[in-house]
Design a protein around this ligand. Structure first.
Ligand code: TGC
Ligand code: FAD
Length: 397
């Protein structure tokens, strides 16, 4: 069939490749609900939260009311939405702010998923319904001051004492740590054994001081977890996981959300740049009329459409059971890097206005520096893909 030419309606700059047509009604409904929430309740406020370095507790309540916590998990009163629907929700949340998507990622894909995948029936019944409604907030403690990309070198350890476990160590850079009611803490229990524990806030010896002075992801709580001989009962241990496979399986879930989320941050910056370019007059013309600006906008549109298609494809693979961790690594490295390029280019279109919180661009740009690093750095994912391509593992040996 020939390419359609002749008189046509104008192309939609916000959906240039008509990707919307690839979504079903339920996916669109979820996407639209989250988009409206973000436009009405996040976008008008988030610059101020970012400036003040806070994530108001009520926002977590609103995210829970929308049913977003653990939305892609099944059973225990959870919605069981498709992976694509969850991904689209992440795109819309991150169009607001990466910190908002992080709050949902950590609750659903890390803390809830750890219990859902590796917990006992009692743990699932005890925690998952209350985490879905936001009554219980969770965090996920894997990274340590001296063990980030290589979590297998963690020092946090747990030893048996009668029926209890005693946990000691420090976790670093933990999203939601200070506001969490429970922490999933990963600890060494033997030379080759790593296990997860549900540690409740208020347990003697456990504290979660907030990390300040961040210049990225400021509308998000980031914390240390300090465990000083913390005693927990044997029922606090997640029975299904006994190696690094336990926490790494949770990361696959959260990384998947980032593949979609990064598209949202990029889209928000593109939209800001497109709008601005039409109204900003320089040398007596709107800057959108200059070819160099059009090139920037075209490159942004290219990247956003490419990243959206990659995300949707990986989402369909996840829904049909063919998605592998290496695919997620490729998606995370490509879409986050692309989003950073889009945001930096958008920043230049806004000129001096590009550096203020009056516009979303520099906030997204700064946030994406965290997104590039957390959930596995760009380099780690590059090496995962490199290992899969060559058959030569890059990390050890
Ligand atoms: P390696 O020897 O390859 O594997 C150890 C065991 O794990 C299994 N495995 C996986 N399982 C599930 N999913 C994956 N993606 C897996 N990758 C490996 C593997 O089969 C093995 O299982 P078993 O049963 O045989 O023992 O592990 P390694 O020590 O060589 O490390 C590999 C490496 C570097 C890829 C991995 O450690 C890694 O991904 N490093 C990055 C760490 C990371 O991403 N940390 C993120 C912390 S959480 C976070 O950042 C939250 S941000 C939240 C927010 O605010 O949004
Ligand atoms: P390192 O591992 O010290 O890496 C430093 C540099 O060396 C990086 O560029 C890295 O890519 C590079 N590098 C490492 N290995 C290699 C190699 N083999 N070849 C080439 N280069 C290499 N963690 C949690 O557990 N839970 C959370 O909720 C959480 N939330 C976070 C929120 C924020 C805002 C941030 C910034 C981080 C968060 N993290 C969390 C931690 C995050 O996952 C780690 O920062 C990340 O995994 C990298 O670890 P690191 O900072 O120790 O860097």
């Amino acid at each position: 069939m020939a390419v359609t030419t002749g008189a046509q309606p104008a192309l939609d700059p916000h959906d240039f490749l008509a990707i919307d047509a690839l979504l079903d009604d339920e996916e669109k409904a979820i996407r639209d609900t989250v988009r409206q929430f973000v436009r009405e309740q996040i976008v008008p406020e988030v610059g101020d939260w970012f400036e003040r370095g806070v994530l108001p507790r009520e926002v977590i309540g609103e995210l829970a009311k929308l049913g977003l916590f653990g939305m892609h998990l099944e059973g225990y009163g959870l919605p069981g939405a498709s992976a694509v629907s969850y991904g689209l929700a992440c795109t819309e949340l991150e169009a607001g702010d990466s910190g908002i998507r992080s709050a949902v990622s950590v609750q659903g894909s890390l803390a809830m998923f750890a219990i859902w995948r590796w917990g006992s029936e009692e743990q699932k019944e005890q925690w998952l319904p209350r985490m879905h409604t936001g009554e219980v907030i969770g965090c996920f403690g894997l990274t340590e001051p001296d063990a980030g990309s290589d979590p297998g070198t963690m020092r946090t350890h747990a030893r048996r004492d009668g029926d209890d476990w005693i946990i000691s160590g420090t976790k670093m850079w933990i999203t939601n740590g200070t506001i969490a009611d429970i922490a999933i803490v990963w600890a060494r229990t033997g030379e080759d054994e790593i296990r997860g524990f549900v540690v409740e806030k208020g347990t003697p010896g456990f504290s979660a001081p907030e990390i300040h002075k961040k210049l990225s992801l400021r509308a998000s709580v980031t914390s240390e977890l300090v465990l000083d001989e913390v005693r927990v009962p044997s029922e606090a241990m997640l029975p299904g996981a006994s190696t690094l496979r336990g926490p790494l399986s949770c990361l696959n879930e959260a990384r998947f959300g980032i593949v979609f989320g990064a598209v949202g941050a990029a889209r928000a910056c593109f939209e800001a740049a497109l709008d601005y370019s039409k109204s900003r007059i320089v040398f007596e013309k709107p800057i959108s009329a200059y070819q160099l600006t059009q090139q920037k906008l075209a490159e942004m549109a290219l990247e956003i459409n490419r990243a959206s298609l990659v995300a949707l494809h990986l989402g369909r693979m996840k829904d049909n059971g063919t998605l592998r961790p290496e695919h997620v690594s490729l998606g995370k490295m490509g879409n986050v890097r692309g989003a950073i390029e889009v945001c930096r280019s958008a920043r230049t279109v806004l000129g001096g206005n590009g550096i203020t919180l009056e516009y979303p661009v520099i906030r997204h740009m700064n946030n994406l520096e965290s997104v590039l690093t957390y959930e596995g750095t760009h380099e780690v994912h590059t090496l995962v893909v490199g290992g899969a391509l060559t058959g030569t593992p890059a990390f050890r040996g």
